[in-house]
Structure formats: C-alpha cells, structure tokens
Design a protein around this ligand. Structure first.
Ligand SMILES: Nc1ncnc2c1ncn2[C@@H]1O[C@H](COP(=O)(O)OP(=O)(O)OP(=O)(O)O)[C@@H](O)[C@H]1O
Length: 746
C-alpha cells in the first residue's frame, strides 16, 4: 500500500450526504475485501459500521472516526482509510481502559490487543462482519503506519493541537496524552524538588530519625513499614503499596506524625515551621468511609507525648473525603473547582485506594495541587486497575517488588532508620521513581495459616497448584470454602440454585468446623452469614410508627452494617452467572423464604448500589443503601404513615443516615450480586466469589485477586468449572500506556 495520499477518495463524495449507514448505498459485503477497505474510505466506514452493529465497537468509536473524516474533508485534506481505522481503534482502546493504542502490539497481535472479535459474538445485528481487524493489519507494517501518521494533518507529536498524538509507536487521543503528560510532569517536578529531608545530616532529618525511633519499636531486622515512612517523608511524591492488612493505614498515620514532628521542631534557623495542612482522600465514598473507620483508631494509638515537635491528636486529620468532593466537582461539568488557578489549600495530600484512580482524575489531582505540596499514594498494586482508562498505580509500582534502591538511598535509609536494606533490593541503575516507591511485605491481617492470605498470594504469584486447590476443597483452611466441594454439580442449573441457597444462609456448614472454628485476637468470630442475616434485622425490629427518627436511624445503621457481613461478587455482568442473572435468582430465593415481600421493584429490604455520581443528592458511584419502610407522611388523622425510603450512610463521616425517596434515585441497581470491579475499595466479612463455567477475557488474575481480598474473615468460592479458576489466574490485565516510560527518563 502506498503511503502517498490518494487525491480523489470516493468517500469525499459520500460525505456530502453524510457517511453511508448500513443498507444505505453501502458497498456490498462481498466487496469488502481487505484491499477495498484499505483503499477506500467509504468501504472502511461501512466495515466500521458493521463492527458497531455487531457490538465490536461502540457507536462513539465509529462516530469519532466519521467526525475526523468529515473534518478532514471540510479542510480539503481527505483521510487515508487506514487513519480512519486507527481513529476508531484508538477510541475503542480507551473505552477498554487503555490510555493509547500501541501500534506495535496492534500489528503483532491484533486479536488480543483489541479483544476483537469478542468472545461473545454476534451482537445485536446477528450478522458476522465481513472482515476482522486482523484481516486488515495483516497487510500493514509498522513503518507504513508510522509514515502515514507522520504525514497526517490530524496527528502530531504533541506540538500542534491535533486530535491524535503519536509518541513512539503509541497513538493517543489528545486528551489522554495530555493527562499522561500532566501526571508525569507533576511527579517528576516533585521528585526533583530539593528538601531538607533529602540530606542525611540536616536538623530536619535528625528529627525525622528521632520520630521514627519513637514510632517503631525496632524489633524486626527489616521493618518495611519504617522504611516506607522514611522513603515517603524524604520525597514530595511517594507511593506506599501493599496487599490487604500489610499496614498501609498504620504506616501513613505514623508518616504523618513524623512529618508533623519535623514541622513542629526547630529547623536549622532555630525556629519551628508551621504545622502542615494535611488532607486525606479516597476515590469512592465507600473507600473513604472505610479509611475513616480505621484511621481514627490508628491516630489514637500514636505516642504523641513522646514525639518531638509538641504534637497533639489534632495535628493528624481523621476525616477522609472523596477525591471528587476534595477537588470540588460541579454538576454537569467535567472541570473541578480546584485547578491550577485555584489550587487546593494543603501541604500534604494522601490518596488511599489509588489503584482506582484513572488518568483523568489523577491529572486533575496534579492540576489542583499547589507546587510545594507533597502527594502520597496508598494502594495495592496487584488489584484491578481503575474502571476508566489507565493503570496509574500499577505502572508506578511495576518495579516495586525488587526495590531498585541505589546505594545513595540505602545509605540515607541506614542513617535515618538504622536499617540495612537487603542486597536483593539494591540496584545501582535504580531510577528516580524507584527511590520514592515503598512496598509493605508482611500481612498483619492474614496469619501464616489463613486460607484467604494463602490463596491470594498463590493467585498473585500464579502458583495456584493442585495441593492448594485440594486444601480448599477439603476444608483444610478455617476461613475458605469451595462451596460445592467435591460434589459434582455438572448441571449449571443445579449449581446456580446452590449459589442462591448459599446467598441466603452463607453456608457455614461448608467451612471447617461448621464455621465455628475461628478466633481473632483471642475472641471467637461469629460463623459466616448470608443475606438472611440483615433481612432478619429488618423483619424482626420492634420499632413502630411512633418511634423517634433517631431509633430508625439506629436501625438503618445496624442493617447497613449487617449487610456488609456478606456479599456475592461476580466476574460478569450479564448471563446466568453474572450480576443480572444472580440478582434475580437470589431475590426469588429470598422471596420463596418470605424474607422479602416481592422480588422486583421497590420493597423493604431491597439493597441498592448507586452506579453514577449524583451531586445533587450527594451520592457517589458505588454507594450502597438499603430500602426500609419508615414513618414519613401523616394521614388525615395525623398518624404517621410508613413509606419506603432508602437509607445511605451519611457522607460527612458523622456516622448518621441519609434517607432518600426511591423516586429521586436515578442510576442504581439491586446489589445481592455485584461485579468485582464495583467491589474495589470495599471489604465484606464474608465474600462469595462466583466464577462462571466458561473463561472470558475479563476473568483475569487481577480480578480473582481483588475478589478474594475483599473478604475480611470468610471467603467462599463457587466455580462453574474448576479449570476456569486456574485459567483465569493465567490471564492478565495489561493496559497500554506510556507513563512508566515517561517517568523512567526522570
Ligand atoms: N506493625 C504492625 N504490628 C502489628 N499489627 C499491625 C502492624 N501494622 C498493622 N497492624 C495491624 O494490622 C491490621 C491492618 O492494618 P492496616 O489497616 O494499617 O492495613 P491496611 O494495609 O491499611 O489494610 P487494608 O488492606 O484494609 O487497606 C490492623 O489491625 C493493624 O492494627
């Protein structure tokens, strides 16, 4: 194929009347050969429309390509068909969470790079498209694509305001390229900023060292929490990553205390500087509420009186807000109130559950941060990446497990913490970013004998083997059950019925010792429960219409807490094994046991998940509420009438309840079953992970790991097919992005 632009592309004529739609003078399918499509823009649009009608592409992807074609036509610079194809594909990739389209990967493995054709096909049209992307990419070379993009007026390397940007072999939508540039610039500026703490012999560093000695008892040879504190204190940008219960919250609270200690102590000039303004944030309301719960306790345990700098409890905040609220989200606008012209008033920002933050939101954070401010990201690098584009935390932590600390960092750490780093974590070639990333390596939640901890580790390291699977089947762990164990439910219907029954009771009998065998801090843990548990709290309450609102609030809090004792998690949304099928099946099971009055519509007991931010109601995507019948209106005699209201935990951290009328809720779904994606940032006392009987591309190691680690005390697994469990763990989420490369230059 020539890289020279043809002058009379047929599609320019088509544009006069708009691009051809299906059945509307479009070329016949038998004309859609690779040669025809690659040489003719109208044929390319027809193929894209076929892909859209088969649900291979979103309408948005095709419209974007059409728009660029139209724009180019109007500018008398018609687009090469290949560029129309690439425009649609880069938009498709962004819709799948990638920040860009890697042309190299596209040509070498189009099937996996694009996930096209999808596993489940055909879509609404019921017609298979004439060609797959691979039929086209087979005829293209990277040199051709690079040459085409370098000549195209809609592509630049960033210096012009073109809709597409090319960086190396990565093709970006401009917006996403800009996000990545903003994030990289924000990180690199902070990493290169000098600080008194960066030098080992300053007064500030000596105070830091003294504070760390008070905060950590030094009983371990290498205390990774102490090292993380020191590394994060030294840099204006840092990441602390670790699995569940490795002490991220504990560590960051000590870090903040150490930093306040330094700020409150006299510096080289003999004067203490002012105390630091610290804010804590998380990407979702649920994650913020969870950190709110744990941080108060951690702060109250700090030895304030022993720390230098006259610290008090008030110096460490315990209120956690959502990132959207912190940045000042505005209804109907993508722009936040805080930005470069109106920066946040803070010195330190801590973001928990940072794996859930996409590139768009992370770029907004950097835009709103004042230049001097320190940013600390906390999260589990191995969890699923954000729902929207990017895998920022994962990329920042790509090299975390091997440390890659330089001798300079190691010497500084030794002077400040008294700890000698293991040689395995040293690397003379360590990059600047490596010196600001700390990994916590010991779980304090899951002991050595915990099935949840063992299983999560095996999934994460892809070492799931037969002995471990047998141990799960044979109840060798107190906290893990493989629900159908050794029984052979070859009939999917029978297994789905079993899931519904499990959701009712939590099946304690499928755990070792009937779920009676677990202790935590010398206390017996109650056995695992299912949804009957929270519904009985509703059905058995003693309140009546004369009871004061405070009592109803108390009931709602109790019911919400009981609801968090169990959650079914699914890999899929649709189908009998997905959220939609299981929500329906579980509701019918609860109805059959008279636990709910109906299985559809609104009813007392219905748990709902908010699926989109509603700034007017103050509800965020991911918030969970429970419907209750509460006294609300009055009848003509002045007696209180019961009405259905949905109880949500108050978002201000007050521990109160917000009651909202069902008719005001816009985006929601019933939540007996929830996708693993939606469960990020939440934990449940007992989690049941359902994996279907067939592998699909969404079932990955990250998804299974995230599902397992949502379980606090009990984990049950239901698999439609045992092999699917192992096969899922072999599949990985790899998101195309250039952030790591941009930062490696730092
Ligand atoms: N160094 C330690 N020694 C003993 N217990 C610890 C230590 N660090 C943390 N813990 C305990 O382990 C538990 C988990 O700690 P923490 O909440 O800080 O972990 P996390 O990584 O933030 O957890 P999550 O996965 O929930 O985000 C808490 O009960 C905490 O008190």
């Amino acid at each position: 194929m020539s890289t020279k632009k043809p002058s009379d592309l047929q599609y320019t004529l088509e544009l006069e009347a708009g691009y051809p739609e299906r059945g509307d003078a479009e070329p016949q399918n038998d004309l859609l050969t690779p040669q025809a499509v690659l040489g003719d823009a109208a044929a390319m649009m027809t193929l894209l429309a076929q892909w859209r009608d088969s649900d291979w592409l979103r309408a948005l992807d095709v419209e974007f390509a059409r728009f660029l074609g139209q724009l180019s036509h109007e500018q008398a610079q018609p687009l090469e068909p290949v560029l129309i194809l690439l425009s649609a594909l880069v938009s498709h990739q962004v819709g799948r969470g990638h920040v860009c389209l890697d042309l190299d990967a596209l040509l070498s493995d189009p099937r996996n790079t694009l996930a096209l054709p999808p596993e489940e096909s055909p879509g609404r049209s019921g017609v298979e498209p004439s060609l797959t992307p691979a039929d086209l990419t087979d005829r293209l070379s990277l040199d051709q694509l690079l040459s085409l993009t370098s000549e195209a007026h809609i592509v630049s390397e960033g210096s012009l305001t073109t809709p597409l940007i090319m960086a190396g072999s990565r093709l970006y939508l401009r917006r996403f390229w800009r996000y990545e540039q903003q994030i990289a610039a924000g990180i690199l500026a902070r990493l290169s900023a000098d600080s008194e703490l960066a030098h080992a012999d300053t007064k500030a560093t000596r105070t830091l060292s003294a504070a760390l000695s008070v905060l950590f008892s030094n009983t371990q040879a290498v205390d990774y929490q102490k090292l993380a504190c020191a590394l994060a204190a030294r840099n204006r940008f840092s990441v602390i990553t670790g699995g569940p219960g490795t002490g991220k919250t504990t560590t960051v609270v000590k870090l903040l205390a150490a930093l306040q200690s330094v700020a409150g102590s006299a510096g080289e000039d003999g004067k203490p500087s002012r105390k630091l303004r610290i804010r804590l944030a998380a990407p979702t309301g649920k994650a913020a509420a969870r950190l709110n719960e744990s941080i108060g306790g951690a702060v109250s345990r700090l030895p304030f009186e022993q720390l230098p700098g006259e610290l008090s409890q008030h110096d460490i905040p315990t209120q956690v807000t959502t990132l959207h609220r912190l940045l000042g989200s505005r209804p109907d606008s993508r722009r936040f109130r805080h930005n470069r012209d109106n920066p946040l008033l803070l010195d330190i920002l801590v973001i928990d559950e940072a794996s859930m933050v996409d590139v768009d939101l992370m770029a907004s954070v950097f835009e709103a941060l004042p230049d001097h401010a320190q940013l600390i990201l906390l999260g589990d690098k191995d969890q699923l990446a954000s729902v929207d584009a990017g895998a920022v935390l994962g990329e920042l932590c790509q090299r975390a497990s091997r440390g890659h600390y330089t001798q300079h960092t190691a010497r500084w750490l030794e002077q400040v913490t008294g700890t000698t780093l293991p040689d395995t974590l040293l690397d003379p070639q360590g990059q600047t970013l490596d010196q600001a990333v700390a990994m916590l390596r010991k779980s304090y939640r899951f002991g050595a004998h915990s099935g949840i901890g063992t299983l999560a580790e095996a999934v994460n390291t892809n070492t799931l083997d037969e002995p471990l699977l047998t141990a799960c089947r044979d109840q060798q762990f107190d906290d893990v059950s493989w629900v159908h164990g050794r029984s052979n439910h070859s009939e999917p219907e029978a297994l789905l019925e079993l899931i519904a029954r499990h959701a009712l009771s939590g099946s304690p009998e499928t755990f070792a010792k009937g779920g009676q065998g677990r202790q935590l801090n010398d206390h017996d843990l109650p056995p695992p429960v299912g949804y009957r548990h929270y519904l009985s709290r509703i059905n058995e309450h003693q309140l009546d219409s004369a009871s004061p609102r405070a009592d109803w609030d108390g009931l709602a809090l109790d019911v919400l807490e009981a609801f968090s004792d169990f959650q079914v998690l699914c890999a899929l949304r649709q189908g009998p094994w997905g959220v939609e099928g299981l929500n329906d099946r579980i509701a019918r099971e609860l109805l059959a046991h008279n636990l709910i009055p109906r299985a559809e519509g609104w009813y007392a007991g219905r748990p709902v998940l908010i699926t989109g931010n509603d700034y007017n109601l103050g509800l965020m995507n991911g918030d969970i509420g429970i419907t209750l019948a509460v006294p609300w209106d009055q009848d003509e005699q002045g007696n209180a009438k019961l009405a259905l209201r949905v109880a949500f935990p108050a978002s201000d951290g007050s521990g109160g309840i917000r009651w909202i009328s069902p008719s005001r809720l816009q985006q929601l779904e019933t939540v007996y079953a929830m996708t693993v994606h939606k469960s990020q940032g939440s934990e449940f006392t007992h989690t049941c992970l359902v994996l279907p009987d067939r592998l699909s591309p969404v079932m990955t190691r990250e998804l299974v790991y995230t599902g397992i680690t949502r379980a606090r005390h009990w984990f049950s697994l239901v698999t439609g097919d045992a092999g699917v469990f192992r096969d899922s763990v072999r599949q990985r989420v790899v998101r195309a992005s250039g952030l790591a490369q941009l930062l490696s230059k730092g």
